[in-house]
Design a protein around this ligand. Sequence first.
Ligand code: SME
Length: 153
Amino acid sequence: MEPWYYRLEQQILDERDFGRAAQETCRTLRAEVRHYNWVGVYMIEGGDTLVLKAWDGPAATEHVRIPIGQGICGLAAREERTVIVDDVNKDPRYLACFLQTRSEIVVPIFAKGKVVGEIDIDSDRPAAFTEADRKQLETVAEWLGKASARAGS
Ligand code: SME
């Protein structure tokens, strides 16, 4: 693992403010990984809506609130699992944000055994996300889950 990864772990676990931890996560992931073109953190509010809490990328998304019934984001939250879409143009569940996006990964954030949010990453490259991305991002999601449980307790 590269140094930025351990730095990010420390920053998330040291941060008392969840919003700042989420923002630092988005900034670092986008800055350090070339195929991560847009990175966002959504958190579940009211039991049924994903609300965008932090993001980093070339442009804002119109999808700042996503009902859990919709999109790849909703699917990952409902099924409580990481979802990788290699070609977003072929997936009817995909909610389009950016014309240049070709593939997407959505990784749930768990706190106290429940999905509380997720990391959503768009890539301009088709099939950009590998098992290595999944593993790395599931670990980042664990750190965010701890930060979220602490903020909510
Ligand atoms: N594409 C997502 C919506 C969020 S944007 O990618 C920022 C989806 O299908 O749920």
